[in-house]
Write a protein that binds this ligand. Structure first.
Ligand code: ADP
Ligand code: MG
Length: 614
């Protein structure tokens, strides 16, 4: 206990402290994370020295981190058996901005060997000074692992400077940091436990809090895949995903370029959104060398991948940066791009390897992928390959990819056709399907109203336009059997005259087989989803939104043949029936907004029919 040196902080440190204490960190509690991460780094360094055959002080002391709280004294203490600091290192590491400790270690390491061990080098930053967010006095007692070095105590109020004193000779290897707290909060064991569990649960050394070990689940994402047992993955998923059902997919991957990434991602077997719960939030946590940077990291994945759970660890992330800064950093965007691309590739491989399993996945999480197609221009093309739909060529409940659809297209078919319907039965019964069926063209059956948005946004696949069957320009080249072409044109003109402004155009159809007539949207830019929006907008205003469709009549249908005859004898009744045919077609197409008129007329026609029979 001889010397009592007073040191001033470097001017930059004093400034830095001011920033740290007042603005850099938004959550005070993360000082715990910073100090544990330093203790972990220091422990890694001892491990490295020992494994590379160097002599260290107290070689038999196990590597662990002990934390103790003292409510009465309002203190919080972190003790590690790591590499410690010499007198010179104390000044360099805790008194200057350069943090030459890490820098010098990196150089030493590089000079020595394996770049693989480089992960134990921390980023330069302000980590340690975070202690002053919670404490108005911090004391650091440390003994370096270098044999023969004395132990020292460094004390500071975090304002002007610090003092260094010689510490007792019996001080063991490692560092003990005591925080004299400003507030009681961080002297409570439960609070500290919660913080450690949140941020430091995967630190690779045992952490004890007042003697109890609290980090029990391992950070398996940093280990080699081949060394990890299935049960370990299961346990990890249960912990991180809060889900006791086995996940559908698991992707564990490592990359070193263009970014350092260790990721372990899971797809839950069930979608909470599909169960009608509120919109899910991504549960992928962002780590830097096993230390949590941000739970449920926003911006790490695009919105449409919000069903993912797991962790992403990147050594390229600076540990000490506020979340607000993190979210829109270029680094985050880069991570997002790499991770998303990798995950799409993974799904593509899974879909090929086991189509049935993939179909199950798609049934749960497909709506999210569809959202991706509609909103994520960058990944649209890759995502389109992952879409699955039922079609007229699949069995009920089975799905096809667009690529498979295209591979089945006959040469004369130029577009990919789809029919929006409430069910397979409705799609098959649809008048729009008749022409496609007669031609032998496949139709995708879309049951989800959102699918139309997907088709509108995607527009084409492998160069083939995606086209609603109702807008398909199909010609079946049928002969006129029930009436002549002239008569058909005459009947069409009669119906147009009757319906006047309610219809856009009436024409003989070349696409119908079993239906008497079909109503078609005449505005080629109007889609049924747009119609829904218009309708919703008009809900409160008086006049309901009515579109003015085209009507195609089937000249080979017996009903049309009879109508053609009737109009010569009883134009008034024929007109009424024409109106009814039109309304029936509109109802079938979902274009009839208000059925009152139609029902009234139907009743009149029935009455007339009954009267003629009695
Ligand atoms: P970083 O960890 O990013 O290097 P910090 O401000 O957290 O920055 O720490 C500064 C330096 O102080 C560390 O690089 C390390 O050399 C030293 N240091 C901090 N805590 C400890 C510790 N518990 N044991 C040994 N050295 C430490
Ligand atoms: Mg640090």
């Amino acid at each position: 206990m001889s010397t009592n040196e007073k040191h001033e902080f470097q001017a930059e440190i004093a400034q830095l402290l001011d920033i740290v204490i007042h603005s850099l960190y938004t959550d005070k509690e993360i000082f715990v994370r910073e100090l544990i991460s330093n203790a972990s780094d220091a422990s890694e360094k001892v491990k490295f020295l020992q494994t590379s055959g160097q002599e260290v002080t107290d070689p038999d002391t196990p590597l662990s981190i002990s934390i103790s709280t003292d409510e009465a004294a309002k203190t919080l203490t972190f003790k590690d058996s790591g590499v410690g600091m010499t007198h010179g290192e104390l000044i360099d590491n805790l008194g200057t901005i350069a943090h030459s400790g890490s820098k010098a270690f990196l150089e030493q390491l590089k000079a020595r060997q394996s770049a693989g061990d480089a992960h134990l080098i921390g980023q330069f930053g302000v980590g340690f000074y975070a202690a002053f967010m919670a404490a108005d006095k911090v004391s650091v007692t440390t003994r370096s692992a270098t044999p023969g070095e004395k132990a020292w105590t460094w004390v500071s109020d975090g304002k002007t400077g610090y003092e260094i004193d010689e510490a007792p000779a019996e001080t063991p290897r490692g560092t003990t940091i005591t925080l004299h707290l400003k507030e009681e909060e961080f002297s409570k064991a439960d609070r500290i436990k919660e913080i450690i569990r949140r941020y430091s649960n995967f630190v690779p050394f045992p952490i004890q809090l007042n003697g109890e070990e609290i980090n029990t689940v391992q950070a398996i994402w940093t280990r080699n895949k081949s060394d990890i047992k299935e049960e370990e993955y299961t346990e990890f998923y249960e912990y991180i995903g809060h889900d006791s059902d086995a996940p559908t997919y698991r992707l564990h991957f490592n990359a070193d370029a263009p970014l350092n990434i260790r990721a372990l991602l899971f797809v839950p077997s069930h979608s909470l959104e599909a169960l009608g719960m509120t919109r899910a939030k991504s549960e992928v946590h962002l780590y830097c060398r096993k230390v949590l940077i941000e739970a449920k990291a926003e911006g790490l994945f695009p919105e449409w991948l919000r069903f993912l759970r797991g962790v992403v660890d990147s050594e390229d992330l600076p540990l000490n940066i506020s979340r607000e800064t993190m979210q829109d950093s270029a680094l985050m965007q880069k991570l997002n791009r790499v991770l998303t691309g990798r995950f799409i590739k993974f799904l593509d491989e899974e879909a090929k390897a086991d189509p049935e399993k993939y179909a199950k996945f798609f049934a749960e999480h497909g709506p999210c992928l569809k959202e991706g197609v509609a909103t994520d221009y960058e990944h649209r093309e890759a995502l389109a390959k992952l879409l699955r739909f039922e079609s007229s060529f699949t069995e009920k409940g089975k799905v096809t990819s667009l690529a498979d659809y295209v591979s089945r297209m006959p040469t004369e078919q130029t577009a990919i056709y789809y029919i929006l319907a409430g069910s397979r039965e409705a799609a098959e019964a649809s008048a729009y399907y008749e022409g496609l069926k007669a031609k032998g063209f496949e139709a995708l059956f879309l049951y989800d109203p959102r699918d139309e948005f997907v088709m509108d946004n995607l527009r084409e696949f492998e160069g083939k336009p995606l086209q609603a069957a109702e807008k398909a320009d199909l010609s079946l080249d049928q002969a006129f059997t029930a009436m002549t072409e002239e008569e058909a044109k005459g009947l069409a003109a009669f119906i147009k005259e009757t319906l006047a402004d309610r219809v856009n155009e009436v024409r003989p159809s070349k696409r119908l087989v079993g239906s008497p007539a079909v109503a078609l949207e005449s505005d080629k830019f109007m889609t049924s989803s747009m119609r829904r929006i218009m309708r919703a907008m008009n809900r409160e205003g008086g006049t309901p939104f009515e579109s003015k469709p085209d009507l195609e009549i089937n000249p080979n249908h017996s009903m049309m043949a009879s109508l053609e005859k009737l109009r010569q004898n009883d134009a008034s009744l024929a007109g009424k029936i024409a109106e009814q045919v039109f309304d029936n077609a509109r109802a079938a197409a979902g274009l009839l907004e208000d059925p009152r008129e139609m029902l009234k007329r139907a009743n009149e026609l029935i009455e007339q029919l009954l009267a003629s029979k009695n």
